[in-house]
Design a protein around this ligand. Structure first.
Ligand SMILES: NC(=O)c1ccc[n+]([C@@H]2O[C@H](COP(=O)([O-])OP(=O)(O)OC[C@H]3O[C@@H](n4cnc5c(N)ncnc54)[C@H](O)[C@@H]3O)[C@@H](O)[C@H]2O)c1
Length: 382
């Protein structure tokens, strides 16, 4: 490894992978040294644009000796073999989200990374947003008391043109799911960081507005090991601001909405007031507490730099790869529950989910219209 620089190869240089190639130029700890894309014209164009060698097969990039690490930004179902080959060759791995389209694939990636002893992270760049960093600190401090309810509402609007831009998108075969697989992993990750992992999921999915074969709407009732409950809904049919998470506890309520955070504290706590108050009307005092957000470096650049600094200096990982399994497990559980029409318990049966997905793929008759187009989301730099 060159002195204090991690040489990185990006595998899958479509819209998002190209974003990483550019973002990396702002990171002192990283240097783009190769790219790979299964589409030869894309590999060549991006390689020439950045003046680095380009490959069509990921194994050739891995064997080249040009890279210490890879960022895997292919469609999710093809990520495990690439990440596993890289780990086995001793290369560090940054996986795009979700780790994979199903938990069994995510498990294999985690196992390979652990066995190889490499640095493994997942690109959950939203963890570094000031409001979330603060929300996590508040929840971990115990200020909210026992958590009774967690709610997540996530509008994730996408047009039909978005879905038509790649043959893999929104198909059981190419993507393994819809809004829960592609758009909501970030916010589901944050929701789980704040509210914990549910132990039982009752899910429902629909394809409401788009000409796709997977869900553009999902919702679920969640039950938690501590007896609390939760609800989430996400949809690529719903537009406008309003991504919202509420965590309601015995001693307070935390509300995240569009990058802003509100904190309320109850005095006395709900259980105490309910049991001990002799008042017929009213409830505990509900006091709004000011919350100060600290500005910090955020977005993909922060994840890339942290990935490199972990490799170089052992800095604590902000987004450990192993944690990528949680949001994926909840998403997979929603589909399995929707299919069965009844709740499913976590940890999710890997065999049952693999069977469900194989059946969906086997029975698929959907004919996709593709207008192939690779374009970086303008939000990538955030
Ligand atoms: N972290 C984020 O905020 C974020 C944002 C956008 C996309 N993503 C993730 O990045 C991934 C890619 O999304 P995108 O929008 O860039 O899609 P895209 O279709 O624009 O790009 C995917 C690229 O991977 C290439 N590819 C496919 N199979 C390959 C293989 N076996 N080896 C090498 N290259 C291969 C394709 O040819 C294509 O160029 C998805 O998993 C998506 O969820 C994450």
């Amino acid at each position: 490894m060159a002195d204090k620089i991690v040489r990185i190869g990006v595998v899958g240089v479509g819209g998002n992978g190209q974003g990483h190639c550019k973002t990396m130029q702002r990171a002192d700890e990283a240097k783009l040294t190769a790219v790979c894309d299964i589409d030869p014209a894309t590999a060549e164009r991006v390689g020439k644009e950045h003046d680095v060698p380009y490959f069509v097969k990921h194994r050739d990039l891995i064997k080249s000796g040009l890279c210490d690490a890879v960022i895997v930004s292919t469609p999710h179902p093809v990520r495990p073999p690439i990440a596993i080959d890289a780990a086995k060759a001793g290369l560090h791995v940054m996986s795009e989200k979700p780790l994979c389209e199903r938990v069994s694939g995510g498990d294999r990636m985690i196992k390979a990374a652990a066995e190889a002893g490499i640095t493994f992270v997942v690109d959950f760049q939203r963890r570094t947003e000031p409001a979330f960093a603060k929300a996590i600190e508040i929840v971990k401090s115990g200020r909210l008391g026992k958590i009774y309810r967690r709610t997540l509402i996530s509008p994730e609007y996408r047009s039909q043109a978005y879905y038509d831009s790649g043959g893999w998108r929104a198909t059981w075969e190419g993507e393994g799911g819809g809004v829960m697989m592609n758009q909501s992993p970030h916010v589901l990750d944050l929701f789980i960081l704040l509210g914990g992992m549910p132990s039982r999921v009752t899910g429902r999915t629909e394809t409401r507005l788009h000409d796709i074969e997977v869900e553009d709407f999902a919702e679920a009732l969640l039950e938690y090991p501590d007896g609390g409950t939760g609800y989430f809904t996400c949809s690529t049919c719903e537009a406008g601001p309003g991504q919202m998470i509420e965590i309601f506890g015995d001693k307070g309520k935390l509300i995240y909405r569009n990058g802003a955070l509100e904190l309320y504290e109850f005095e006395p706590g709900i259980a105490d007031f309910t049991t001990n108050s002799e008042k017929m009307w009213g409830g505990p005092e509900c006091k709004k507490v000011p919350v100060e957000l600290e500005e910090c470096e955020r977005g993909h650049i922060n994840i890339i730099r942290n990935f490199c600094r972990n490799i170089l200096f052992g800095e604590e990982r902000l987004t450990p790869g192993e944690e990528g399994i949680k949001s994926l497990e909840v998403a997979n559980a929603v589909w399995l529950s929707a299919e069965r029409g009844k709740p499913v318990d976590l940890p999710l049966s890997r065999t049952a989910y693999d069977r469900f997905l194989a059946k969906k793929r086997r029975e698929s008759t959907f004919v996709k219209v593709v207008k192939d187009h690779r374009e970086t989301d303008p939000k990538h730099k955030k």
